[in-house]
Design a protein around this ligand. Structure first.
Ligand code: TYD
Ligand code: MG
Length: 460
């Protein structure tokens, strides 16, 4: 009988241990360690696909630049996130919550470029369902093949027979190999499947996208190990109630990480958003209180986004603080600074904070904009028209420079803003573009004067 190798794995993080444990030493979760058959003797999937041609070792100087060629996927946002196009032979993981649009995005990719032979493997939907989606997206690529299969061995055969340029596996959690006993979606299955796909990608030069679901806490379901295996990790995120989606580079062996691509989910698929600022700024006839605009940077891309704050009298003893898309502890800190430095009585106020488009902002350079919206709502006075800000606020109320202030100022000027408030730390070092007044402040006390039409606005 074939020898069977067994091991214990954590179902949360993929940690491997020779014996059972109650608590995973790697991620600290309880009751997540389970026993799995790793492989029967000499039967790893990698061994089974030995028919895949072997790569050749070469000297660096002998490798021609052309082999570093990038494939234009016909989609600017994705090209950018990938670092300037798709690298042949790369293994790319696309993670995201269920229903966010991973299948739509990947099918669109398979259909967009007419010069690419693509294979879309789905373990989740029937061929008819995929056809319906393709009709809805409304683009056609005669070289796109759809394959509804979950057994990896069959997929490998199909890839070998048809030799496509690009393969999409939707999703890795539904795929399984016969050589591992556990059910599809388990850590061992995902690991073996991914290892096989990696081997195929590297030896044939076929680019492979792997779709992976994400758990509630934001991890790619089950195996963190997947992130180590693949070349590129992209995360597809967004708010279900909103139509904007962000594709974020988390790891990229071929380009800069922290690049983002912005999309809008429409009736006919995902549309690229070239200029996020335009959708994130509302155009009111009259200025409203409680609204400010911040110049932020996500990755290396600056854009302007609207912040809305509502400050109202607290009805109960403990005031409420509620935020969407912003760290609540950071908000509490900013409120404490306002109380101490500007003398606003925040302890009597409920504070609600929102960002346009359901965006999540982790940029400390948005502090000034957040505080400006709060001050505006507190005094019920709209801010000066055409003004925005970019700066970080410290515990003693000092205004620190936001990273890449110059880029933020340039973006505000490009979008027709008349005035931007930034930290005085950068006064000497930055270029001031034409058409925008740059106001430098060093502490939060100076913010109201810089953003409200007149000082008398502030007298209650
Ligand atoms: P889907 O790609 O199936 O998500 P995932 O694969 O990440 O689970 O997308 C699901 C949602 O997108 C679904 O609720 C319907 C919506 N959708 C549109 O709004 N417009 C479209 O053109 C398509 C294809 C889907
Ligand atoms: Mg799907």
């Amino acid at each position: 009988m074939a020898k069977v190798k067994r091991a214990f794995f954590c179902s949360e993080c993929g940690y491997e241990t020779p014996k059972w444990l109650g608590k995973c030493p790697a991620c600290g979760e309880w009751n997540t360690i389970a026993e799995h058959v790793v492989a029967r003797e000499s039967s790893s999937v990698a061994a089974q696909v030995a028919s895949v041609p072997r790569a050749v070792a070469r000297k660096v100087q002998d490798i021609s630049e052309q082999q570093n060629r990038r494939i234009d996927l016909g989609n600017n946002e994705i090209n950018r996130v990938l670092g300037g196009g798709l690298v042949p032979g790369s293994l790319i993981l696309v993670g995201g919550e269920p229903g966010i649009g991973k299948s739509t995005l990947s099918l669109q990719l398979a259909l967009t470029n007419n010069d690419l032979a693509t294979l879309y493997v789905s373990g989740e939907e029937s061929a008819e369902q995929i056809k319906m989606r393709a009709t809805r997206i409304g683009i056609n690529n005669e070289e796109c093949t759809v394959f509804t299969e979950t057994l990896l061995e069959n997929i490998v055969k199909q890839i070998e027979e048809t030799q496509p340029d690009m393969v999409i596996i939707d999703s890795i959690q539904t795929m399984y190999t016969d050589l591992v006993e556990s059910s599809a979606g388990s850590v061992t299955q995902i690991r073996e499947c991914a290892a096989t796909l990696l081997k195929i990608a590297k030896s044939t030069g076929i680019a492979i996208f792997i779709i992976g679901h994400i758990t509630k806490d934001g991890n790619i379901a089950g195996p963190k190990i997947l992130e180590h295996i693949v070349d590129v990790v992209l995360q597809f995120e967004g708010d279900h109630n909103n139509s904007y989606r962000i594709l974020r580079g988390i790891k990229n062996r071929f380009g800069a990480t922290y690049e983002i691509g912005v999309f809008e989910m429409r009736d006919n698929g995902l549309k690229e958003v070239d200029n996020p600022s335009e959708i994130l700024l509302s155009h009111y006839d009259e200025p409203l209180a409680g609204i400010s605009v911040g110049s932020t940077i996500d990755g290396i891309r600056p854009y302007l986004i609207e912040v809305q704050a509502l400050v109202s009298n607290a009805a109960y003893g403990t005031p409420q603080r509620s935020t969407t898309g912003f760290d609540q502890r950071r908000l509490n800190m900013l409120l404490a600074v306002l109380e101490k430095r500007v003398g606003m009585k925040m302890f009597q106020k409920d504070v609600f904070l929102n960002f346009a488009g359901g965006f999540k902002i982790a940029d400390p350079g948005m502090d000034l904009a957040v505080v400006a919206a709060i001050i505006s709502s507190y005094y019920d006075r709209p801010l000066m028209e055409g003004a925005c800000c970019a700066g970080e606020i410290g515990l003693s109320g000092e205004v620190r420079p936001a990273p890449r202030s110059e880029q933020r100022i340039a973006e505000a000027a490009r979008l027709g803003f008349k005035r931007i408030v930034v930290s005085s730390f950068v006064q000497k070092s930055i270029k001031r573009p034409k058409g925008i007044e740059v106001v430098f402040i060093s502490s939060i006390e100076q913010l109201p004067r810089a953003l409200f039409a007149t000082r008398s606005d502030m007298d209650e």
